[in-house]
Design a protein around this ligand. Structure first.
Ligand code: GLC
Length: 544
């Protein structure tokens, strides 16, 4: 571990759902004891941080993002003792744990909301955002466009409207109320004290509302985050905040503050542009977005990803780009959800191993901390016939046997059907069969992660984008201290040649990192490389 408190910079994060990982007690859903049994698998894969989807008591109408008790464990997933055991076992293996802090809203079943709605005089009333008319905050957009018509919902109990940015069963907390801020800090403290290393701050742009604004990214919202960060820094060390702010780079930049707000933030706009680039066979979308990405404070880091538990969000693209993405990646309209596409990586890449490898190669070599989504390391498929985002949250496929080795329960009892089609089904795609072969996607991913972690140039280095004439080739130099790595990727389905201007590194020898082989030294002429379809190289540049 890093030793300078910046562990999150050198992390390779694995996102998983406790419910979907391993069911050790045979009731049809995964739990902490099951997950703990699989920690050796994760440690062998090489990841050194886990991000867990919400596991708190909840009516599960938004898969746990609707929390009814912030400081406990959903009984289906175990007990606080089970969680502590999981945490200790993770730490023993050098794996950090990041959990969810859903601050913006609670479940309508949370006792706070039950009290707030019970009467207009209740002391908890002001913990939520109420109104007698739906005319307030009209400029705020609706996020779950497929299910919600308004950000206001009628409460028949207290006969007024309450504010919600997500599902109507998720009332927004009122962060103008200091008592709510205190409550948020208490929750944070509870998990940090237990030993949790980082918190993903869910839906942070929406904490505060102001008339006449979009109610997103407001200065008052940043004040709340700075306050929480200050309290965390006063009490703990080496803890991390990861902001979920699905916004344009200049707006996300604000969530880092002057290094006094969030340590990390997801780079949402980069993700769809990686998919666009590989489909267009052109580096332009990726280059453009990096040009628009501002510098961030030295202690901060982007979180980068290909897929996660939500739809592949297309909020941060233009209307034209969104149409293109839908045409190319969601020809079956069942794959569309809200402003996005509910598919996993392998099906999005049409099962093409070369494209899956290229996308992962980009992910692991670009500036930021990479986040892998569970199951993508074996190329799991999805099920677009399940509702909402459930089709990308199906059980992990461990082997080709009963319930994919996920659970001993009756198949009908599982929280979700297992993927069973002949292409992506568990008999074809599972950990056990891929563990046996050096050339499986799983074995390859392991090597990729190992290589990524072999040098801090990837986790901490600068990035300089080169501009070879062939725009189907993306090339960049990562640099940290006296280490330099050249990454060259062919985004196209056909063989390509590129001439790179590497004059500045004249006399260096490129060493291909996967095989360790020497390439011809860099001389005066442009450096010529040929690449097969979707091929990429990582070269360490060694001075003579
Ligand atoms: C975040 C989560 C998403 C959830 C929403 C509401 O966007 O990623 O899964 O539905 O917040 O909590």
């Amino acid at each position: 571990m890093a030793g300078d408190g910046l562990w999150y910079k050198d992390a390779v994060i694995y996102e998983l759902h406790v419910r979907g990982f391993y069911d050790s007690d045979g009731n049809g859903a995964g739990e902490f004891r099951g997950l703990t049994l699989k920690l050796d698998y994760l440690s062998d894969l090489g990841v050194n941080a886990l991000w867990l989807l919400p596991f708190y008591p909840s009516p599960l109408r938004d898969d746990g993002y609707d929390i009814s008790d912030y400081t406990n464990i959903h009984p289906a997933y175990g007990t606080l003792d089970d969680f502590r055991m999981f945490l200790d076992e993770s730490h023993r293996r050098g794996i950090r744990v990041i959990t969810e802090l859903v601050l913006n809203h609670t479940s309508d079943q949370h006792p706070w909301f039950q009290q707030a709605r019970s009467s207009r005089e209740n002391p908890r009333r002001d913990w939520y955002v109420w109104s007698d008319s739906v005319e307030r905050y009209k400029q705020a957009r609706i996020i779950f466009t497929d299910t919600e018509l308004s950000n206001w919902a009628w409460d028949p109990v207290s006969k007024s409207y309450y504010w919600h940015r997500f599902f109507s069963h998720q009332p927004d907390l009122n962060f103008d109320n200091p008592a709510v801020r205190e409550a948020a800090w208490e929750v944070m403290k509870f998990w940090f004290e237990m030993g949790v290393d980082g918190l993903r701050l869910d839906a942070v742009p929406y904490l505060v509302e102001r008339e006449g604004t979009s109610c997103e990214n407001l200065p008052e919202t940043h004040d709340v985050l700075k306050y929480l960060r200050r309290r965390a820094d006063e009490t703990f060390s080496e803890k991390m905040f990861l902001a979920e702010a699905n916004q344009w780079p200049r707006d996300v930049r604000q969530y880092f503050g002057d290094g006094d707000e969030c340590h990390m933030a997801f780079h949402f706009p980069l993700m769809p542009r990686m998919f666009m680039a590989i489909r267009l066979e052109d580096r332009k979308p990726i280059v453009d977005i990096f040009q628009q990405t501002p510098e961030i404070p030295a202690t901060c880091q982007w979180g980068i990803f290909l897929r996660n538990h939500d739809e592949l969000t297309l909020e941060m693209v233009t209307d034209e780009e969104r149409d293109y993405m839908y045409d190319e990646f969601a020809r079956d309209t069942r794959a569309k959800l809200n402003l996005g596409i509910r598919r996993r990586l392998a099906p999005l890449m049409e099962g093409d191993r070369r494209r899956v490898e290229l996308m992962n190669g980009l992910l692991m070599s670009m500036p930021g901390t990479p986040i892998l989504y569970y199951g993508d390391e074996i190329g799991m498929g999805d099920n677009i016939y399940l509702g909402d985002r459930n089709g990308v949250r199906t059980p992990m496929q461990w082997n080709g046997g009963w319930n994919a080795g996920f659970s001993n329960a009756d198949p009908e009892q599982l929280y979700s059907p297992i993927i069973s089609n002949p292409v992506y089904g568990y008999q074809a795609v599972n950990v056990e069969s891929q563990r046996r072969y050096d050339h499986s996607l799983l074995s390859w991913t392991k090597r990729l992660i190992r290589l990524r972690k072999s040098s801090r140039v990837f986790s901490r280095g600068t990035m300089e984008i080169l501009k070879p004439q062939n725009h189907r080739v993306l090339a960049y130099i990562r640099e940290f201290g006296n280490e330099r790595v050249l990454v060259v990727s062919n985004l196209s389905s056909q063989a390509q040649a590129a001439e790179l201007d590497l004059k500045r590194w004249k006399g260096s020898i490129p060493i291909e990192m996967f095989g360790g082989n020497l390439f011809p030294p860099i001389g005066d002429l442009p450096y010529l490389l040929t690449l097969g379809p979707y091929q990429f190289y990582w070269f360490r540049l060694r001075r003579l």
